[in-house]
Design a protein around this ligand. Structure first.
Ligand SMILES: [Zn+2]
Length: 121
Protein backbone atom coordinates (compact mmCIF):
# COMPACT_ATOMS: atom_id res chain seq x y z
CA UNK A 1 0.00 0.00 0.00
CA UNK A 2 1.10 3.52 -0.69
CA UNK A 3 1.99 5.91 2.10
CA UNK A 4 0.02 9.13 2.43
CA UNK A 5 2.97 10.93 0.86
CA UNK A 6 2.81 8.63 -2.15
CA UNK A 7 -0.93 9.14 -2.34
CA UNK A 8 -0.41 12.91 -2.38
CA UNK A 9 2.43 12.94 -4.86
CA UNK A 10 2.10 9.67 -6.71
CA UNK A 11 -0.46 7.89 -8.78
CA UNK A 12 -3.59 8.69 -6.84
CA UNK A 13 -5.41 11.63 -8.42
CA UNK A 14 -5.97 14.68 -6.27
CA UNK A 15 -9.67 14.37 -7.01
CA UNK A 16 -9.88 11.26 -4.79
CA UNK A 17 -8.45 13.30 -1.94
CA UNK A 18 -11.03 16.02 -2.60
CA UNK A 19 -13.82 13.43 -2.39
CA UNK A 20 -12.28 12.05 0.80
CA UNK A 21 -12.11 15.61 2.14
CA UNK A 22 -15.86 15.99 1.51
CA UNK A 23 -16.54 12.88 3.61
CA UNK A 24 -14.40 14.25 6.44
CA UNK A 25 -16.12 17.65 6.27
CA UNK A 26 -19.64 16.20 6.14
CA UNK A 27 -19.06 13.57 8.87
CA UNK A 28 -16.27 15.02 11.03
CA UNK A 29 -16.77 12.48 13.82
CA UNK A 30 -16.36 9.47 11.56
CA UNK A 31 -13.10 7.54 11.86
CA UNK A 32 -11.58 6.75 8.48
CA UNK A 33 -8.84 4.22 7.81
CA UNK A 34 -7.50 3.91 4.27
CA UNK A 35 -7.32 0.18 3.63
CA UNK A 36 -6.41 -0.04 -0.05
CA UNK A 37 -5.17 2.31 -2.73
CA UNK A 38 -2.96 1.06 -5.55
CA UNK A 39 -2.99 -2.66 -6.31
CA UNK A 40 -0.97 -4.59 -8.86
CA UNK A 41 -3.07 -6.30 -11.50
CA UNK A 42 -2.36 -9.62 -9.82
CA UNK A 43 -3.46 -8.37 -6.40
CA UNK A 44 -6.57 -6.83 -7.91
CA UNK A 45 -7.52 -9.98 -9.81
CA UNK A 46 -7.08 -12.05 -6.64
CA UNK A 47 -9.56 -9.74 -4.88
CA UNK A 48 -12.01 -9.88 -7.79
CA UNK A 49 -11.50 -6.22 -8.60
CA UNK A 50 -12.42 -4.38 -11.76
CA UNK A 51 -8.90 -3.06 -12.39
CA UNK A 52 -9.67 0.48 -11.27
CA UNK A 53 -7.34 0.17 -8.25
CA UNK A 54 -4.56 -0.96 -10.61
CA UNK A 55 -5.23 2.14 -12.68
CA UNK A 56 -4.65 4.25 -9.55
CA UNK A 57 -8.16 5.67 -9.67
CA UNK A 58 -9.66 4.20 -6.50
CA UNK A 59 -9.19 3.95 -2.79
CA UNK A 60 -10.98 2.04 -0.05
CA UNK A 61 -11.62 3.22 3.47
CA UNK A 62 -12.98 1.54 6.56
CA UNK A 63 -15.38 3.92 8.25
CA UNK A 64 -16.25 3.79 11.94
CA UNK A 65 -18.02 5.82 14.60
CA UNK A 66 -21.06 6.38 12.44
CA UNK A 67 -24.37 7.36 14.00
CA UNK A 68 -27.34 5.03 13.66
CA UNK A 69 -27.00 1.70 11.89
CA UNK A 70 -23.44 1.82 10.52
CA UNK A 71 -24.17 0.21 7.14
CA UNK A 72 -27.26 2.38 6.59
CA UNK A 73 -25.25 5.48 7.46
CA UNK A 74 -22.43 4.42 5.12
CA UNK A 75 -25.01 4.06 2.34
CA UNK A 76 -26.34 7.54 3.16
CA UNK A 77 -22.80 8.89 2.92
CA UNK A 78 -22.39 7.25 -0.50
CA UNK A 79 -25.68 8.73 -1.71
CA UNK A 80 -24.73 12.21 -0.49
CA UNK A 81 -21.26 12.05 -2.05
CA UNK A 82 -22.74 10.81 -5.34
CA UNK A 83 -25.16 13.77 -5.29
CA UNK A 84 -22.16 16.11 -5.09
CA UNK A 85 -19.83 14.35 -7.55
CA UNK A 86 -20.36 13.05 -11.08
CA UNK A 87 -18.16 10.05 -11.91
CA UNK A 88 -18.52 10.15 -15.69
CA UNK A 89 -21.29 12.12 -17.43
CA UNK A 90 -21.32 9.51 -20.20
CA UNK A 91 -22.18 6.78 -17.68
CA UNK A 92 -24.55 8.39 -15.18
CA UNK A 93 -25.41 5.03 -13.58
CA UNK A 94 -21.89 4.90 -12.08
CA UNK A 95 -20.93 6.77 -8.92
CA UNK A 96 -17.74 7.94 -7.25
CA UNK A 97 -18.69 6.35 -3.91
CA UNK A 98 -19.97 2.91 -2.94
CA UNK A 99 -20.71 1.56 0.54
CA UNK A 100 -19.70 -2.07 0.88
CA UNK A 101 -20.58 -4.57 3.55
CA UNK A 102 -17.46 -5.97 5.18
CA UNK A 103 -16.84 -8.22 8.16
CA UNK A 104 -14.95 -5.50 10.04
CA UNK A 105 -17.64 -2.87 9.45
CA UNK A 106 -18.71 -0.64 6.61
CA UNK A 107 -16.20 0.12 3.88
CA UNK A 108 -16.38 2.86 1.31
CA UNK A 109 -14.91 2.50 -2.17
CA UNK A 110 -14.08 5.81 -3.87
CA UNK A 111 -13.29 5.99 -7.55
CA UNK A 112 -12.70 8.66 -10.15
CA UNK A 113 -12.47 8.95 -13.90
CA UNK A 114 -10.77 11.59 -16.07
CA UNK A 115 -14.26 13.09 -16.57
CA UNK A 116 -15.14 13.21 -12.85
CA UNK A 117 -16.27 16.62 -11.65
CA UNK A 118 -17.85 18.24 -8.61
CA UNK A 119 -21.47 19.14 -9.30
CA UNK A 120 -21.76 21.83 -6.65
CA UNK A 121 -19.58 23.80 -4.26
ZN1 LIG B 1 -12.17 -0.42 -3.90
Amino acid sequence: MESLNEIKHGRTPDILLRILSDIINLWPLSQLVITSVYRTREEDQTLGGSGIHSAGRALDIRIRNLPGLPQDTAESIAAEINSIWVYDPGRPHLGVCYAKVHGSGPHIHLQCHPNTYRRRD
